[in-house]
Design a protein around this ligand. Structure first.
Ligand code: MCN
Ligand code: CUM
Length: 806
């Protein structure tokens, strides 16, 4: 070996494979303003579409007159529900098994609902024309409170469902009822409650909020009437699903539909669903024969395109006097707005909310969810949530704190006592999940030691006494949160979207010179897939990540996949990538054996090539093997070096984490300052520690926003408050706390590289940590539960109601 021969460590470092803090390759274009987003697209002859929207939350639409609008120079068309009926698209199916108006068909069900679609030469003309479309409304009684939805005299929101007492998920109890979803053993649970030493019960509400990505939802639809081909560029988290849905709805054959998701400026779940803007743009392009662009503004995005949460969870826990939990009972009232357009796998009307037993060994549990209609925007689930896992984590983590308070126990100790033990994995939960792996005690202990938990409790106690003596107006809260996530939807046995199983895919092609193009069925919106997917391939086939190009989002070139949401990309596509790479490595082994004139069984893999066992000098690097694959493959072997893998996961993955929030609250102003926030995450094998840290920082910032103020609120007439960034809390660097991150590694036993998802964990664990901190601060004044969001005004009110203002 001469001095120039790289060492094994150097060869390994050159790969920038799994475990490497590789810098994000996509940022080279993003930070230079060179990303290509939908709105950057300018096609010859392209026109613009925009919506006439309803000012009322509930009204009959008695007349739409576009005469004056059509007279405005530059206006090309005005589409209404009547026009869409001609192509059978006035209503569209939702992912949740409901139907949704594309344009108001006789009535509107929420403020800013789409009433007509104006198509004009440019956006300015379209906006002017909107003012000229004359719409007559007849106001109807408005229903905003989900607790009133099923009152006997509640207004009928959905006359189209009148008399239909069977919904997509079973029987309906009332004209505004959508579904009841029941899981668990009711009798067992009742028995646990009857025999309990201690029980607690609380209504824990998770308010309505919105993912609000910086880039709003948008698309460009272009129908080539000569070829009969439709191309749609759009902000799609799941491009293939959009293609299939577009084909089913339009009857254009699927191979003649090209769906392209270019760079996406944040999704956070907002870009999973199908919205009226997409349908109207497609129809308008079919009608006009020119490309039609639709770009939402901020208010439209916040007030109509999906929402998140709006879960009202009556939570009961039964326990022994020593703190051992024996039963959990949860009833959820779920506000779905005017249409049930929740984005869940088909069989899961409340997502994976039945992870609500959390990290604890509940012998018995029972859950019931009722979905109801109200005069609010449809959508739901989306916002860094893993299909209602964030609501579930909030529910159980608040619940455990409330139980600790009743028992007079420390909330961290109560959790430790009830954790599922390492030897219990794989663990069967009372509500039907099989947790793959976990080591909760180790994670919790590490978190407590790092943050100095006992010292903080001592400090808090001293502060409470000082407060009572009138020496300070500041109180201190310590928020404890330990979450178990469930990500990786999902196994075809129980996960599908509109009947398509939720597998994912990867295709890898090694070129003759040893560089690689790879394509996946997922679609990054900021998660850094171009960086991390290359790292998996680099480790698996020994080609440097820098020589591997990752491409997502073009349905013509990428293998069919179900997209990116529910932190499913690593658990599902990540596995497909590893398995496709292993197919390549297997073929490479045969080629290397031929080149070295040995049996393939005499070879072993080493970093970036195959070597003869016991004679490492005799080796062939993957680059040499790639060349041979194209010019001199072994006799009888097909040339080329590429592979495709479709992966149907055997189970979900269950990441977990221990989060602690230390907060100081001024009772006179209601201002809460986060002194420390510590987040320990376990997502199994870590592909890129820096990307994970970025994901955690982002998710925690969103958790902070949600817990501390972000809200989509409605007044009693259904006016949506907070539909602009003036009112909707978006934390900047000024408000955002400093994040301390940490980790443990408990690999997933069923995932080819042991990795679990992480993208949504910080939101799932973060919200309860913040809320528990606020609640913990006020406990000593006799408070049991303060509802979110905890903005200064509401904290001030809570302090006043507890008599803290003297
Ligand atoms: N990762 C890793 N090691 C692991 C797990 C993940 O290095 N053990 C890396 C992955 O390779 C990937 C990233 O972390 O680059 C996120 O992976 P994963 O947890 O699999 O989540 P997804 O890629 O499926 O992303 C979806 C998730 C969701 S559902 C929301 S919502 C959310 C989130 O990602 N939206 C985001 N993070 C976001 N981050 C940005 N910047 N923008 C969004 O819209
Ligand atoms: Cu639930 S928000 Mo993400 O699944 O895109």
């Amino acid at each position: 070996m001469n001095d120039m021969t790289p060492t094994r460590e150097q060869r390994e470092a050159a790969l920038e494979g799994m475990g490497c803090k590789r810098k994000r390759v996509e940022d080279i274009r993003f930070t230079q303003g060179k990303g290509q987003y939908v709105d950057d697209l300018k096609l010859p002859g392209m026109v613009f579409g925009d919506f006439v929207r309803s000012p009322y939350a509930h009204a009959k639409v008695t007349k739409i007159d576009a005469t004056e609008a059509l007279k405005l120079p530059g206006v090309i068309a005005v589409l209404t529900a009547e026009d869409l009926k001609g192509v059978n698209l006035a209503w569209m199916p939702t992912l949740a098994g409901d139907v949704q108006m594309v344009l108001a068909d006789g009535k509107v069900l929420y403020q800013n609902q789409e009433v007509a679609f104006v198509v004009a030469e440019n956006r300015y003309i379209a906006d002017d024309a909107i003012q000229l479309v004359e719409v007559e409304y007849e106001e109807l009684p408005v229903l905003v409170d989900p607790f009133q939805s099923m009152a006997p005299d509640a207004p009928v929101l959905r006359p189209d469902l009148e008399g239909k007492m069977e919904g997509a998920h079973g029987p309906r109890k009332h004209h505004n009822h959508i579904f009841t979803w029941e899981v668990g053993d009711k009798d067992e649970t009742s028995k646990a409650f009857a025999e309990a030493d201690v029980t607690v019960k609380e209504l824990i509400s998770y308010h309505r909020t919105h993912p609000s990505p910086l880039e709003t939802c948008q698309c460009v639809a272009s129908m080539d009437k000569v070829k009969g081909e439709l191309t749609v560029w759009g902000t799609f988290q799941a491009p293939h699903v959009i293609r299939t849905v577009a084909s089913l709805l339009s009857t254009i054959p699927e191979h003649k539909i090209h769906v392209i998701a270019p760079d996406i400026g944040g999704g956070f779940g907002n870009k999973v669903g199908a919205y009226p803007g997409y349908i109207c743009s497609i129809v308008a392009s079919i009608v006009t024969g020119v490309p039609v662009k639709w770009v939402e503004d901020r208010m439209e995005n916040l007030s109509t395109t999906s929402f998140a949460r709006d879960y009202h969870m009556t939570t009961e826990i039964a326990a022994k006097s020593d703190g051992t939990v024996t039963g959990l009972k949860v009833h959820v009232l779920a506000d779905h707005g005017g249409f049930d357009a929740c984005a869940d796998p088909s069989k899961w009307p409340a997502g994976f909310f039945n992870i609500v037993t959390g990290s604890y060994d509940f012998p018995a549990a029972h859950l019931e969810v009722d979905g109801v209609y109200t005069n609010k925007a449809p959508g739901g689930v989306a916002y860094r949530c893993s299909f209602r896992v964030t609501e579930a984590a909030y529910c159980i983590e608040r619940g455990m704190d409330i139980l600790a308070q009743k028992l007079g126990m420390d909330p961290a100790d109560l959790r430790m006592k009830n954790f599922i033990k390492p030897e219990q994995f794989p663990y069967q939960s009372a509500l039907g999940w099989e947790y793959d792996s976990g080591d909760y005690h180790t994670a919790m202990q590490k978190a407590m030691d790092t943050i100095g938990y006992r010292e903080l409790r001592a400090e808090q106690k001293a502060k409470q006494e000082a407060f009572k003596r009138g020496e300070t107006r500041e109180i201190m809260g310590i928020g404890v949160s330990f979450f178990t996530e469930i990500v990786g939807a999902g196994p075809s046995k129980n996960c599908d979207i509109l009947g398509v199983a939720m597998f994912d895919s990867a295709e890898i092609r090694v070129h003759p010179t040893g560089s690689v193009i790879s394509r996946m069925g997922t679609k990054s919106q900021g998660q850094g897939h171009e960086t991390t997917w290359a790292q998996i391939i680099a480790t698996e086939i020994g080609i440097p990540a820098a020589d591997i190009m990752v491409e997502e989002g073009n349905t013509d070139t990428a293998p069919y996949g179900l997209g990116t949401y529910g932190s499913r990309s690593t658990p599902v596509a990540g596995a497909a990538i590893a398995l496709a790479a292993r197919k390549i490595r297997n073929k490479a082994q045969m080629i290397a054996a031929h080149m070295l004139e040995v049996s393939e069984y005499d070879l072993e893999w080493d970093v970036d090539g195959f070597q003869v066992k016991g004679n490492p000098q005799a080796r062939k690097a993957m680059k040499e093997i790639a060349w041979a694959a194209y010019h001199a493959p072994p006799p009888g072997m097909e040339p080329g070096l590429e592979a495709v893998s479709y992966y149907d996961p055997p189970n979900m993955t269950y990441p977990f984490g221990a989060y602690f929030c230390v907060m100081d609250i001024d009772v006179d102003t209601g201002v809460a300052k986060t002194r420390r926030f510590y987040a320990l995450d376990d997502c199994g094998t870590r592909i890129n520690p820096m990307i994970i840290e970025g994901q955690v920082h982002g998710g925690l910032t969103e958790a902070f926003a949600i817990a501390m103020g972000q809200e989509i609120r409605y007044d009693e007439t259904g006016n949506v408050m907070g539909a602009s960034f003036m009112d909707f809390f978006i934390p900047t660097a000024v408000e955002t706390p400093h994040w301390e991150t940490d980790y443990t590694v408990t690999p997933s036993p069923h995932h080819p590289i042991g990795a679990k998802g992480v993208g949504e964990s910080p939101n799932v664990g973060g919200v309860p940590a913040f809320s528990n901190a606020v609640n913990d601060a006020f406990q000593f004044l006799g408070s049991t539960h303060i509802q979110m969001p905890h903005d200064a005004w509401r904290i001030w009110q809570a302090a006043r109601d507890l008599g803290a203002h003297g």
